[in-house]
Design a protein around this ligand. Structure first.
Ligand SMILES: Nc1ncnc2c1ncn2[C@@H]1O[C@H](COP(=O)(O)OP(=O)(O)OP(=O)(O)O)[C@@H](O)[C@H]1O
Ligand SMILES: [Mg+2]
Length: 177
């Protein structure tokens, strides 16, 4: 299992990480986004969708549970992105009624995946977000070979070097007040 810790001092840093994740993603990727309310999961998911060329409204899936977006030029060749937020799901069985085939979808971005239990495709990448002073800490854990190769590409990405590793910042964190 490979993992990487990053400190995201502000929203721009979250969006930079999202853009680099989008640029280096495998042809099919399942991302589980963990973190408390307000940790920044939707911010990261939205910025990934934007980076992949989604230009219209990016609606919150809070009540619909899923929002779907064609990727690429819209011809469908690049497949679809699924953005899920399972915070309000009654039980994991409700996932069946969403009509999502776990084998489909070029990109799954799932907030509150723990509430979907066994109804979700397994993650390639688990992203854990947490408050860290005024910013956020991100832990990226690869859980498949595709995920590990994705993290390796990210590791080699010069644009991400602008982000400090989170451990560097711990001693310098300023509490919110
Ligand atoms: N790196 C960051 N530093 C500071 N603020 C951030 C960062 N990333 C996101 N935020 C801010 O955190 C707030 C909450 O973000 P967001 O809605 O994405 O959280 P969430 O994890 O999706 O929450 P929920 O579980 O309620 O859906 C937003 O105001 C967003 O701008
Ligand atoms: Mg959210």
């Amino acid at each position: 299992m490979t993992e990487r810790m990053l400190h995201l001092p502000d929203v721009d840093a979250t969006c930079l990480l999202a853009a680099r994740l989008a640029a280096s993603r495998p042809s099919r990727a399942v991302v589980h986004l963990h973190g408390d309310l307000g940790a920044g999961k939707s911010t990261l998911a939205r910025a990934m969708l934007r980076a992949l060329g989604v230009s219209g409204a990016i609606r919150s899936p809070t009540y619909t549970l899923v929002e779907r977006y064609p990727l690429g030029d819209g011809s469908g060749a690049d497949g679809e992105a699924f953005h899920l937020d399972l915070y309000r799901i009654g039980d994991a069985g409700e996932l069946e009624f969403l009509g999502l085939d776990p084998a489909e979808g070029a990109l799954w971005l799932v907030e509150w995946p723990e509430r979907g239990a066994g109804g979700l495709p397994p993650a390639d990448l688990r992203i854990e977000l947490a408050m860290a002073g005024p910013g956020r800490a991100a832990r990226l854990v690869a859980t498949t070979l595709d995920g590990a190769e994705w993290l390796a590409r990210l590791e080699a990405d010069p644009e991400l070097r602008a982000l400090p590793p989170s451990s560097d910042r711990k001693s310098r964190q300023v509490p919110d007040s």
